[in-house]
Design a protein around this ligand. Structure first.
Ligand SMILES: [Zn+2]
Ligand SMILES: [Zn+2]
Length: 657
């Protein structure tokens, strides 16, 4: 490999190294909560990644970089489209553009580095991902080498590749084929990049070719019921068939049978699913008298029968609960699928009430902050999906700072500008906040305790712009080290509880941070340790209603299941503050939980180090009251819920002042 190709590799390493979603550390529940860390442990910066991006931004691209075109052809008669999680083989043809590719230049072939595609390799013919490179251009010598995960470099020797001359890349041409990623999506890309002049700087072909990755057969049924209603109001039950990897199964024939409270909710006892239904159906019923209701569903398919229990519906005068996933990615950055597919899945498969799409500003194969048309298309997709009163779709993005931690920005108004973390005008949290102060926007610090990067809590959250923190996501939980399914690569001192101990008033949300195109149901797939949902206690299902609830911290987090949770300390509801004297004199703690499945225990967290555990004897519903005394100003109290199946929920805290 030439010096030029190695220099080029440096940047690719940086891009790939930190996108690992796989948990590698799982501390045992019961580990004591961390105490305040020394100051130097607060520095979480990944300067290597930040500097590599800055270097790449400054690199001058030659006119021949990114030149030419590419397409996919069938190899040995194998189909182009392929089922997720299986194997396939393809021929990718690259044709040089007008300026050609110089001797010493290179063509790069990369399958998505974020999923499970086989790494293209030229060394082991019998192993997966074996790739054969060829050209008919006489005098051109090709030397190919795997440079990194999923990345093959093809260096040109002999002479230049002239305009119109071609290189063929036969990917998966050995007996093992090439492994396909587990997530269905249209136009999954085979990325081609070209260093036309041989200076080590390459550019991706924006229209790199792709193939369709199709869902597998139905393997799961999900039944999602409205969570809260007044007697007589409409309620909805959404039934969705998923494949084994939680992809929407698509067109299939099935009969759906409903039992449990179906007849009380005025739902049909059976309904037929046809090809036009695309494997999902939303039924409308009516809320009966006050109480808790659940529905059981069965999908009878030609080859198998699938069953599902719905989440609980609580009919009564309590607060309305809407379900949100505020954080997810599409193929525009490092996820799967299109923005339109994302919102369609959120509303019609996962039955979310609220969804935000938050692709990275500067991460992935194409960077949104360098492609304004990509950003506009994302925002337009959210606008089209938005239907106040029925489904709130919010535009947003992930401010992907490798210096102070990742935060997503959510827009609730007319404007949705993108202020990139790579732009020196917006590269600190303080600069971002000043810029967003005039916008109808909120910022959410996420995976605060670790994962790709923790949050640097020395940058105190702004109470107006950052009222909540992400408690859990596909990366794991960030509550405290004594919580189950702790985030991978945890950083003591950076947990949500550590932030509360600093005196920050933060409510809790869960989000998917899914990269699989399954907002709201990331936790159903086999790849993530947890998912995340936010329960929004709002008066109305509008952008403003959601904004007001988040600002008031009238929300709570779950790891995915739609657990119903009410919690108050004296007259303060979750998210609010109460004077210490008042709560010590007369403040009873009150909590009520309706599990999505059987409850194992409920824990009351008081301040940074005290934890009261209440066993629930596997009941589905649980309520309790207790008297807390000796609370001091600056302390906080919140509730966490653990189901037998591992599902979790966390109330936003009440803050003692
Ligand atoms: Zn992130
Ligand atoms: Zn993310």
């Amino acid at each position: 490999m030439s010096r030029a190709l190695r220099t080029s590799l440096l940047c690719a390493c940086a891009v790939i190294a930190a996108c690992d979603d796989t948990p590698d550390v799982a501390p045992t529940p019961g580990t004591p909560a961390p105490s305040e860390s020394p100051r130097d442990e607060q520095d979480i910066a990944r300067r290597d990644i930040h500097d590599a991006f800055k270097l790449a931004q400054r690199a001058t691209k030659h006119a021949s970089d990114g030149g030419g075109r590419a397409w996919v052809e069938s190899l040995d008669g194998a189909p182009l489209a392929v089922t997720a999680g299986t194997t396939g083989r393809w021929r990718i043809v690259y044709e040089a553009g007008e300026l050609g590719v110089a001797r010493g230049g290179a063509v790069y072939f990369q399958v998505s580095p974020f999923f499970e595609w086989s790494t293209p390799q030229v060394e082991a013919p019998d192993a997966a991902g074996f790739t054969r490179i060829a050209t008919e251009a006489e005098g051109v010598e090709l030397s190919a080498k795997t440079l990194d995960q999923q990345l093959l470099g093809i260096e040109l020797g002999g002479r230049e590749l002239r305009a119109g001359e071609r290189i063929t890349i036969d990917y998966g041409c050995g007996p093992a084929g090439a492994r396909v990623d587990p997530y269905a999506e249209p136009n999954s890309r085979f990325w081609i990049a070209v260093d036309g002049d041989g200076d080590g700087v390459r550019k991706v072909l924006a229209d790199s070719p792709g193939i369709d990755v199709l869902p597998g057969p139905p393997a799961m049924l999900v039944a999602t019921l409205t969570s809260s209603a007044r007697a007589g109001e409409e309620v909805r039950l959404t039934l969705a068939l998923l494949d084994a990897r939680a992809n929407a199964a698509g067109a299939c024939a099935a009969t759906l049978e409903l039992t449990g409270a179906a007849s009380e909710l005025e739902l049909p006892s059976s309904v037929v699913l046809g090809a036009d239904d695309r494997g999902r159906k939303t039924l409308v019923g009516r809320a009966p008298a006050d109480g808790v209701y659940r529905v059981q569903a069965r999908a009878v398919l030609a080859e198998r029968t699938l069953v599902a229990d719905s989440n609980p519906l609580s009919v009564g005068p309590g607060p309305r609960v809407f379900w949100a996933d505020f954080h997810g990615h599409t193929a525009v950055s490092d996820g799967s699928g299109t923005a339109n597919d994302y919102f369609d899945f959120a509303r019609n498969v996962a039955a979310l009430d609220i969804a935000a799409l938050t692709d990275h500003d500067h991460w992935g194969m194409l960077f949104v902050d360098e492609q304004p048309e990509l950003w506009r298309a994302q925002v337009d997709s959210a606008r089209r999906a938005h239907e106040p009163g029925r489904f709130v779709a919010l535009p947003g993005y992930e401010w992907t700072s490798w210096l102070t931690g990742h935060r997503h920005v959510l827009y609730f108004g007319e404007q949705a500008p993108l202020f990139s973390s790579m732009d020196e005008r917006y590269e600190s949290p303080e600069q971002l906040r000043e810029t967003l102060r005039d916008q109808h926007a909120l910022i959410v610090p996420h995976h605060p305790a670790g994962g790709p990067i923790a949050i640097d809590w020395r940058h105190a959250p702004d109470p107006e712009l950052e009222p909540v923190v992400e408690m859990c996501s596909a990366h794991g939980t960030s509550e405290a080290l004594d919580c189950a399914r702790v985030i991978h690569s945890p950083r003591p001192g950076h947990f949500a509880r550590d932030a509360l101990a600093r005196g920050y008033r933060l409510g809790f949300v869960g989000s998917g941070d899914g990269h699989d195109g399954h907002p709201g149901l990331a936790w159903k797939g086999p790849h993530y340790p947890t998912g995340g949902l936010a329960a929004i206690l709002a008066d109305e299902l509008t952008s403003d209603g959601v904004y007001r609830a988040l600002r008031a911290r009238r929300c709570y987090a779950t790891s995915g299941p739609r657990i119903l949770l009410r919690f108050a300390l004296g007259r303060a509801r979750m998210g609010e503050a109460i004077p210490a004297a008042e709560v010590n004199r007369e403040g009873n703690l009150y909590l009520q939980v309706v599990g999505a499945s059987a409850l194992e225990r409920i824990e009351v967290v008081v301040g940074a180090s005290e934890l009261l555990s209440i066993p629930c004897r596997n009941e589905l519903e649980f309520s309790a009251s207790a008297t807390l005394s000796d609370l001091k100003p600056g302390e906080f109290v919140y509730v966490r819920v653990l189901q037998l199946d591992g599902g979790m929920a966390w109330s936003s805290p009440v803050f003692v002042e």
